[in-house]
Design a protein around this ligand. Sequence first.
Ligand SMILES: NC(=O)c1ccc[n+]([C@@H]2O[C@H](COP(=O)([O-])OP(=O)(O)OC[C@H]3O[C@@H](n4cnc5c(N)ncnc54)[C@H](OP(=O)(O)O)[C@@H]3O)[C@@H](O)[C@H]2O)c1
Length: 192
Amino acid sequence: MVQNKFNLIVAACENSGIGFKDKLPWSLKNELKHFRKMTTSTADPMKKNAVIMGRLTYFAIPESKRPLANRLNIVLSNTTAATDYPHDVILCSSLNEAMTKLIGTDLGANIETIWICGGSRVFNEAMSSDYCHRIYYTDIKAPFECDVFFPNISSAFKIIPNDEGIPTDEQEENGVKYQYKIYEKQQLNNTF
Ligand SMILES: NC(=O)c1ccc[n+]([C@@H]2O[C@H](COP(=O)([O-])OP(=O)(O)OC[C@H]3O[C@@H](n4cnc5c(N)ncnc54)[C@H](OP(=O)(O)O)[C@@H]3O)[C@@H](O)[C@H]2O)c1
């Protein structure tokens, strides 16, 4: 059964920019491969992962590449209808509705990890949610013109060592340097 937690995955440049004119501001093929590997890989070969994203993030994916293959695609929107999407995309009106569809249900029984893929409002809501476990963050060490930004990461999150074979050293592609980081949300300590 799906764990009742989710992870965020994001690539952000200097000033926390994540998007420009409904697209990614950069072209980093290996970084996209990292996104695909992280969101697709499962320990149990019988299961797949779910990706949850806002409407604009879904339509920012090139038409030929959406829905994202080998993952259960869930889109959040209140202005579109299920008929606007391929039949295997699940449309939800809120993050809570998406989680309700996945936790303790037949649908969720086949899901291993739930990934929150943006954009800005979804990330913001996800980070403050009790469901939030980790942020898989690609720190792009360059400025890009952006009109969408990743929200501030609160002190509830601490950087933990990279695992799952994620490189720890600085990556470079097309002259752009970036580094993979993992933030984990700390559990509230109730002992006073
Ligand atoms: N760098 C990265 O890692 C990364 C990741 C994701 C996206 N991006 C970029 O970010 C941009 C898109 O992000 P965005 O923030 O502008 O838009 P977005 O969150 O993808 O889409 C916004 C729309 O999604 C729906 N929505 C969002 N949160 C919702 C919620 N909690 N409940 C119900 N519906 C919700 C609403 O749709 P309705 O208006 O239909 O109700 C809203 O208008 C693009 O440029 C994309 O390329 C970058």
